[in-house]
Each structure stands twice: as C-alpha cells, then as structure tokens.
Write a protein that binds this ligand. Structure first.
Ligand code: HEM
Length: 515
C-alpha cells in the first residue's frame, strides 16, 4: 500500500522528535548523573557499582529481602534495628566505610556517617543545602509547601515565624496544659485496672500516647481540643500510611491500577484535611478579631503573617496555602514523633523497671521541679536507641562544600541517626545497651563526639519543636511513672518499622498496676 506524502512527513517528524527527546534525556539525566558520580569518585569516595538504568536499586532490594529472611525472631528486644530496616546501608558501610556513594536510577546519593562530616553539616548555613526534592515531592499531599518540605527563602520565612513559638520559655509555659491533657489518659488506665478487679491490666500504650500528644499540640498551637482536631489527625495518619506504602527512600514511582487508586485516595484525603483545617482557621480568625484576646498562639501568628504578606508585592504568595500547609506540618510533626518517642521510652522502662523506681523517687523528692529529675536521663537513652526520626536527609541544590568534600549539585546526602547513635567507636563496646547512667554528666561525657548525638537533626533544619517535645516527654512520663508500675506484656512483639518515622509496627503492650 502506498503511504501518502503528508503521512511520510508526519512520521519522519515524529522520528526526529523522538531522537531529539532521547538525546535530551541522555544529556540532561544520564550524563548529569555520571558527572556527579565522577566528581565524587575523584575525591576518593567509593561505593557499589551501579547498573545502567536502575543504579543500585536491585542490589538494595536483594539485600533487603535477604535481611527479611534472616530476621531473628527469637531475640525479643534487639535494640540495633538498622540492620533489619535499612540493611543495604549497613551492608555497604561495612564494605566502604563511613562515607560512600550509591545511586537509585539516575539519582546520586552520598551516605555520610562520619562524625567530623556531621559536624560540618551542622555548621553549614547555606540555603543551597536543603531537603531532597524528589523525596519531599511524595509528601506533598501531606505537608504542602510548609516548613518541613520547603527550601530556600520560602523555608527561611516560615522558620522565622514558627521557631519562636517553641522556644524554651514558651515550652515551659505549656506544662500546666500538658498536665491537664494527660488527665484523661491517667483516668482511663486507672479505670481499666479497676474494671479488672484492681490488680493489673494489659494496655496498648502507643494509641493512647498518640491521642495525648495530639491533644497537647492542638491546644497549645491552635487553641482547639483533640476532639475537634481528631478528624484532622486521623486523616493525616491514613495519608501517612498510604504514602509510606511506596518506598520513599528508593524513589521508585509505581504505575498501574493500584497506583492510580492510591493516588485518588491521597488526593481526596488531602482535600478533606485542607478544608477541615480551613474551617478551624476561620473559627480562629473570628476569635482574633476579639481585641481582648492578647495571648497569641501559633495559628494566630500564622494568620497575622499571612495578612501582612497578602498586601506585599509577591504575587505568588497565597495566604490560604501558607496557613493550611504550615498547620498540617505542625499537626503532623508536633505529635507523631513525640508520641513515638514516649512509646519507645515506655517500652524501655517496662523492660528495665528499676528505672521506673528511680524516676518515681526523684519526682517525689523534687516534686516542685519534677521536670529536672536526673533519672529522666533515660529519655536521652530512649532517643539514642530509638530516635523516631531515622535520618537527616539533604540535597545539594547547588554545588556545596561540606568539610573536605565538594558535593555536586543534585546529590542527596543521608545520615543514619540510629547508626551514629550506636557506633561502638563513639559510645564504647556497650553502645547497644540501655545504660542511661552514661548521660549522668552530659552528652559530651557519654560520647567521644558530642555531635554524634542528633535525635533532633542538625544545622539550620534542626527540629523546631525539640524543647517542646522534651518538656512534654518529661511531664507525661513523670506523671505515668508516679502513678503506675509496668512491665512488658508477653503479647508484645518487637517490631520497629519505618513509616516516615521509626515506630513499633504492632504497638507496645504493657501490664500495668497502680503504685
Ligand atoms: C521527640 C520528638 C521529636 C523528634 C525526635 C523530632 C525529630 C526531628 C528531626 C530528626 C527533624 C529533622 C531535622 C533535620 O533534618 O536536620 C525534625 C524536624 C522538624 N520538627 Fe521535630 N521532632 C520531634 C518533635 C517535634 C515537635 C513537638 C514539633 C512541633 C511542635 C516538631 C516540629 C518539627 C519541624 C517543623 C521540623 C522541620 C524543621 C525545618 O525543616 O526547618 N518536632 N524533627
């Protein structure tokens, strides 16, 4: 059959277009990734050999599935969980040392667990050293372009508004509110025990602690109670589960029917959460108009800042998005990590009951200033062995200098917090053990390198809520320990799992009694 001239021209144009597209892809993606790799290798940084299209992805998956098969189910509580959750990082660390490079597809990564380099990262003030965009892109439905995800000047502006709300004096001013929020949980546990004849009850603590942290953050920052914020929190949690079903770290995009369904569910949850937050904001706005209300909380600060900026010349600024996104960020960051830290701490205290007695004695002795009870140094230990945030992640948004390494633009940097926290070269041969007394004279005496203790991250992106979280943890744990004694339930299954933070997959069950 004769092909017409216009058809022939069309197909030739199509072919030329396709070839140009492939050349463009080759030049921008493949060559760029090879350039990054070369620049790192020229500085003596080694790493596993990547395959052409997938980099080291298939090796990562292979190491992961080998580790899952080899998991030791007999060992009830093995504190070192990095080798089961992130086995590929451990595997390569043994082979290539504390700094190495690897790739996922055309993306180049730099693993950095050298304390000297972590110190350098801590010192870097550059706005070009931001959060990895490919990873935060997936968190978009959950966090919008708020403080956790954003980079550059947008991030700096948000940080300036939010950080002062969590300074130590503000956090200490929240103690009364935290004590009030804890009362329903304490009563609930007491009622459980009474209902079972008054001696002992089995309780799953993680859900209750999550509810408590949510109440604290909702009341402290947004002037609303947990009941009101309950829907927002539970929808955020569902969204978090959906997002972490896909591997954030591997950076693979899934396709097909399930991916599409997943995408639709995420979109509809995002819309629901946004409108729920906007309703809360509108209510708050009415209260703001009341001039007698002088005690401003975070939401009021955000509202004022949004109003100020809406009059500015920046046409890209949307006051509504600014408020909603940052509320979502604080709702999420403010309660998930704190309640998970409290849960791990309860697990460790249940395992080491003598530390419960020590805290109880000190809280009674210094009841006027229970917040400073020394025995609560086990909190530091819990955050050392079970830091809810598993890693510090950064991307070189432009070429940056970190210590002696020049990091090319586009490279993502990963520092594994739990690995640094359990390095025997820094903490001694008992690095994996629960020994809170090592913190008796501070972090600098507990570890050869104080910068190696980083449960709240490093540098300019250090957690804004760290003071708030520490005060809350001390208040809540002091209250629980002064009223109850507890041990681990035989139903407890040790199961650290990564879902944006490292949490117990099957919860923490304890056997609890009144003191
Ligand atoms: C024990 C509890 C907590 C832990 C372990 C924790 C840990 C972390 C970590 C590891 C980071 C990343 C830092 C980095 O990339 O260098 C972070 C960031 C952040 N955290 Fe927390 N956090 C906790 C509680 C809180 C609370 C209570 C709030 C708010 C009320 C909060 C708000 C934030 C925010 C907004 C960021 C992003 C900061 C930025 O990028 O500028 N966190 N947190």
């Amino acid at each position: 059959m004769e092909v017409s001239l216009p058809m022939r021209i069309m197909s030739s144009l199509f072919l030329v277009g396709l070839v140009c597209f492939i050349i463009h892809l080759y030049r921008t993606i493949l060559l760029r990734s090879q350039r990054m790799k070369r620049k790192l290798r020229m500085q003596g940084i080694k790493g596993p050999s990547p395959s052409f299209l997938y980099g080291n992805l298939s090796e990562m998956q292979e190491i992961q599935s080998r580790a899952m098969k080899a998991e030791n189910h007999g060992d009830i509580v093995a504190h070192d969980y990095t080798s089961s959750i992130f086995p590929y990082f451990e595997h390569w660390r043994k082979q290539y040392g504390l700094i190495y490079t690897y790739s996922t597809g055309f993306r180049q990564h730099l693993y950095v667990n050298d304390p000297e380099m972590v110190k350098e990262m801590n010192l870097s003030l550059s706005l070009d050293f931001g959060k990895p965009t490919y990873m935060t892109k997936r968190l978009g439905p959950m966090l919008g372009n708020g403080i956790i995800r954003s980079n550059g000047h947008v991030w700096a502006q948000q940080r300036k508004i939010i950080a002062p709300e969590f300074f130590m004096d503000k956090a200490k001013g929240m103690v009364e509110l935290m004590v009030e929020s804890a009362q329903p949980l304490l009563r609930k546990w007491e009622q459980y025990i009474e209902a079972l004849g008054g001696s002992q009850a089995e309780i799953r603590v993680d859900e209750d602690l999550r509810g408590l942290s949510a109440d604290v953050i909702a009341r402290a920052c947004f002037g609303s109670s947990y009941l009101k914020g309950n829907e927002i929190f539970s929808k955020l949690r569902t969204l978090q589960t959906l997002i972490t079903k896909q591997s954030i770290l591997f950076g693979i995009t899934s396709f097909g029917f399930f991916a599409n369904k997943n995408h639709k569910m995420k979109k509809s949850l995002e819309t629901e959460i946004d409108s729920l937050i906007w309703e809360t904001v509108k209510e708050r706005e009415k209260q703001c108009l009341d001039k007698r209300n002088t005690d401003k909380d975070l939401m009021q600060q955000l509202l004022e800042e949004a109003l100020n900026n809406s009059n500015s010349s920046n046409s890209n600024f949307s006051p509504k998005r600014f408020i909603i996104d940052n509320c979502k960020n604080i709702y999420f960051a403010g309660h998930e990590a704190t309640s998970t830290a409290a849960t791990w701490c309860m697990m460790l205290l249940a395992l080491y009951p003598d530390w419960q007695s020590r805290i109880r004695e000190e809280v009674t002795q210094f009841c006027n200033d229970g917040l400073d009870a020394n025995s609560l140094s086990n909190l530091k230990t819990a955050l050392r062995l079970y830091p809810p945030g598993a890693f510090v992640s950064r991307e070189a948004l432009e070429q940056v200098q970190i210590g002696k390494i020049t990091v090319p633009k586009g490279v993502c940097i990963w520092t594994l917090i739990p690995t640094l926290h359990r390095d025997p070269n820094l903490w001694g041969p008992d690095a994996n053990e629960f020994r809170p007394e090592r913190f008796a004279d501070g972090v600098s005496k507990a570890c050869k390198f104080a910068q190696a203790y980083i449960p709240f991250g490093v540098g300019t992106r250090l957690c804004v809520g760290r003071n708030f979280a520490m005060v809350e943890l001390k208040v809540v744990l002091s209250l629980i320990v002064s009223q109850f004694t507890f041990s681990l339930s035989p139903n407890y299954q040790h199961s650290p799992a990564f879902r944006m933070i490292v949490e117990p997959e099957h919860g923490v069950q304890i056997l609890i009694r009144k003191v």
